[in-house]
Design a protein around this ligand. Structure first.
Ligand code: AVI
Length: 322
């Protein structure tokens, strides 16, 4: 099949992949993990034994949603709820149900980079909370938040859970929070999930599960590039290798080239790999509470309250726009 269709070569995906693979050291953006199969693999990760994050945050939402809702006095006024990276809404649904008891007239705007995920939410959520107003938005967080703001001028509660912020380094996280704040108004709230520093072995295991699902999740991005950008990565020539630094709290996933090799992308580009050369695939940052407070302050928020799971491995922080 001829690759040189104008759309693919001009796509942001192609440009960002080329930029990352032509850099030194090489990197790819983990936001591209989530094609249909990537979504499925992430679901499997969330269910796997070692990946504790989902269970911890689920416990918080299942047991403390009433408390979270009562900590936000603004919910008694006219408001809407936005979820950045909504996924399957299996955690947020507990909070949405509590909020619905306070006011059944709000609109829920789930935002997700995956069109597939938004389709599933629109099909499933109305079965679980009848008469909930839902407006799904498929795209990047801030662009879609701006869209939600064009549709609704009500006060906002933004949910940004799952430690999705951990997939940014510290500077990116602060820049992102500033941008988030600039698209909200004083008195709006954010509920934001942070995976906390803990026994480093527990963290490392979460990104190196025995069944190899996380490895597949990383390698799947190479398969996606093969499929969508007409590349010829030999996926078995790369090895998934996660590293956790307990000092910085950065857990980083690399793909390591098992041999010297060349990969062609599209009709024209060749990328060379040396043996043991790396591709930086993902950062999953782990935080202390004082680090999260610094991020809140730098972003223009005030941390109002923290909600922890029983092991204190994870925290959902309630921030108010000041
Ligand atoms: C989505 N994000 C918070 C996950 C994480 O833990 O960084 C993605 C993930 N990567 C490997 N396992 C899960």
């Amino acid at each position: 099949m001829q690759f040189a269709t104008a759309t693919k070569v001009n796509s942001v995906f192609y440009k960002e992949v080329m930029k990352g693979l032509q850099s030194s050291p090489k990197y790819l953006d983990s936001k591209y993990f989530y094609d249909d199969y990537g979504d499925e693999l992430f679901q499997q990760i969330m269910n796997c034994e070692e990946y504790y994050l989902t269970n911890c945050e689920m416990e918080i939402l299942k047991t403390q949603s009433a408390k979270i809702a009562s900590s936000i006095p603004a919910l008694k006024d006219n408001f809407d709820v936005i979820e950045l990276g909504a996924g399957d809404c299996s955690k947020s649904i507990h909070l949405l149900k509590q909020i619905f008891k306070i006011d059944n007239n709000f609109t829920f705007f789930p935002i997700d980079i995956s069109a597939h995920v938004i389709k599933l939410i629109l099909a499933d959520l109305p079965k679980k909370i009848k008469e909930l107003h839902i407006h799904g938005l498929n795209g990047e967080y801030i662009a879609m938040l701006k869209k939600a703001n064009e549709i609704s001028t009500k006060r906002k509660l933004v949910l940004f859970m799952g430690s999705n912020i951990g997939n940014m380094d510290n500077d990116e996280a602060i820049a992102f929070c500033k941008e988030l704040r600039s698209n909200l108004n004083e008195g709006d709230y954010v509920l934001i999930g942070f995976d906390l520093k803990k026994d480093p072995q527990i963290i490392w295991n979460a990104y190196n599960d025995k069944k190899g699902i996380t490895s597949e999740f990383n390698l799947n991005l190479l398969r996606r590039i093969n499929k969508e950008l007409n590349a010829d990565f030999e996926v078995e020539n790369f090895k998934h290798f996660p590293v956790y630094n307990p000092e910085s709290g950065e857990c980083k996933s690399y793909l390591v080239s098992k041999c010297a090799q060349q990969v062609s992308i599209g009709d024209t580009e060749i990328i060379s790999f040396e043996e043991n050369e790396t591709i930086d695939m993902e950062i999953s940052t782990k935080y202390s509470i004082s680090q999260t407070n610094k991020i809140a302050k730098s972003g223009g928020f005030k941390a109002v309250e923290y909600f922890y799971d029983s092991k204190h491995w994870f925290a959902d922080a309630l921030w108010k726009c000041v």
